[in-house]
Design a protein around this ligand. Structure first.
Ligand code: SAM
Length: 267
């Protein structure tokens, strides 16, 4: 059963890490006029309301996107995407990764998005109406395998599970190796949480030995609330675009150091 709902966590520090990297990489890829494919295996609902009950309950966006908007330049593609979505949907709107991609990408690029949860899938369909975006109510790993190699061949795949199913730590590296064998030019970006028990470590070791040239980038932050197990965010990127590592180091310096202590109490 799927119980994770991203609305509680939208715009938090982990989202800033993941979404800033994604926006930067897509923007970099668009410097070439050739069209590209964007595939997302775990899409979520794409449009979040930071003034809604779920986001207010955790208050996580205050340390994430709210701070990011003060610190990254107005020309950063992540900030450009957030501000464009806010101009369209109001000042409390926050774009998830599918909406960041759709906002930045061009008319001849192709988007394929999988979301398994019926409610999230319905919301995703409502949020994204665009003739070049295809939305599937299907397991994201199966979709990724069935679509690769995609057309156009240049492209990026984001794998961002909720990690509520423990087998994801085994399924992800196995699936990524199969995808990369079919699509060796694709950029595959995996987001993973850094939890206090560090369940990601064996998976990262497997991925690093299968993809020695990939980029691993991790940031640490205090838990959002006392007792919260997430203490950092990780990205593993195959075929990383040139400059992504420097960009992430720069972002970490401005956003992930000097963290404030966690709020006490709360959810
Ligand atoms: N990528 C989104 C973003 O950054 O805006 C957030 C995605 S959220 C972390 C993970 C989503 O994956 C949830 O909405 C959940 O319902 C969905 N999900 C869980 N298992 C799935 C599966 N096997 N295939 C597709 N979607 C799945």
């Amino acid at each position: 059963m799927l119980s994770y709902q991203h609305a509680y966590h939208a715009g938090n520090l982990a989202d800033v890490h993941k979404h800033a990297a994604l926006a930067w990489a897509l923007d970099y890829m668009m410097k070439k006029p050739k069209p590209l494919t964007y595939i997302e295996t775990h899409a979520g609902r794409a449009l979040y309301d930071l003034g809604g009950a779920e986001a207010r309950k955790t208050g996580e966006a205050a340390q994430g996107v709210a701070r990011m908007l003060e610190q990254v330049p107005a020309t950063h593609p992540y900030r450009v995407a957030v501000e464009k979505v806010r101009a369209d949907h109001g000042p409390e709107a926050y774009p998830g990764s599918p909406l960041i991609a759709q906002t930045l990408l061009r008319d001849d690029d192709r988007l394929h998005l999988a979301e398994l949860h019926p409610q999230e899938h319905a919301a995703l369909r409502t949020s994204l109406r665009n003739r070049t975006t295809q939305i599937y109510n299907q397991d994201g790993f199966e979709l990724a395998l069935s679509l690769t190699p995609p057309e156009p061949r240049r492209g990026l795949m984001l794998i961002d599970p909720s990690w509520e199913v423990k087998s994801d730590y085994v399924t992800v590296p196995r699936t990524v190796q199969s995808i990369a064998a079919r699509w060796n030019v694709g950029i595959i970006m995996i987001w993973y949480p850094i939890l206090t028990e560090k369940p990601h470590l064996p998976m990262i070791r497997t991925l690093q030995s299968a993809f020695p040239d990939a980029l691993t980038h991790e940031v640490a932050f205090p838990p959002a609330r006392e007792g919260h197990r997430m203490v950092g965010s990780g990205l593993f990127v195959t075929n990383p675009p040139w400059g992504l590592e420097a960009e992430l180091q720069h972002l970490s310096g401005s956003l992930f150091s000097d963290r404030k202590p966690p709020r006490r109490g709360g959810r």
